[in-house]
Write a protein that binds this ligand. Structure first.
Ligand SMILES: [Zn+2]
Ligand SMILES: [Zn+2]
Length: 166
């Protein structure tokens, strides 16, 4: 899969009131708090840029998949989502995305990344009662219930040093 092309040539609509359509598909590398998009996750972008009076209107439709890590057991799950974005950018002022509409092309990457990240889930669990990982040995407690004797570990504040060869 190729990288998502977020670059749009706007020179042809710079001086006339008109729209142009940019359609692209591909991947981006995004990692954000247990969420990840890589070259196995396709992003489908449909962008319309319209030149108005002293402004450019940007309308985006994005479909994407990503993997989300369970915040307890760290199992990866595939998720699917879509998002829309509609905003008018005045040519008289700067914008939050640092997109310069005076140039011949604009890069929508900051917008696309922000939209995707805003849709991602945080602190998500694979199931409501996920038992998570054992904090001693790291085994998934949904599959196997550990029965370590916690007592021994907590008895002495220096127990972690007992394995050191002093
Ligand atoms: Zn889980
Ligand atoms: Zn364990």
């Amino acid at each position: 899969m190729k990288q998502l092309n977020t670059l749009i040539q706007i020179n042809e609509i710079k001086y006339i009131t008109n729209s142009l359509l940019h359609e692209a598909n591909g991947y981006l590398e995004i990692k954000y708090f247990g969420n990840e998009i890589n070259n196995k996750n396709e992003i489908i972008l449909q962008a319309t840029v319209t030149k108005g009076i002293e402004a450019f209107e940007v309308n985006l439709e994005i479909k994407f998949t990503y993997t989300n890590e369970c915040s307890r057991c760290l199992t990866k799950n595939n998720k699917k989502d879509h998002a829309e974005f509609n905003k008018s950018f005045s040519l008289a002022s700067n914008n939050d995305y640092d997109i310069n509409f005076d140039k011949d092309s604009i890069d929508l990457l900051p917008i696309v990344s922000e939209i995707i990240i805003s849709k991602m889930e945080f602190d998500d669990k694979c199931k409501k009662d996920c038992k998570g990982l054992c904090y001693i040995c790291g085994k998934d407690q949904n599959e196997h219930k550990c029965t370590h004797k916690e007592k021994n570990l907590k008895e002495s504040p220096f127990s972690s040093l007992s394995e050191l060869d002093l």
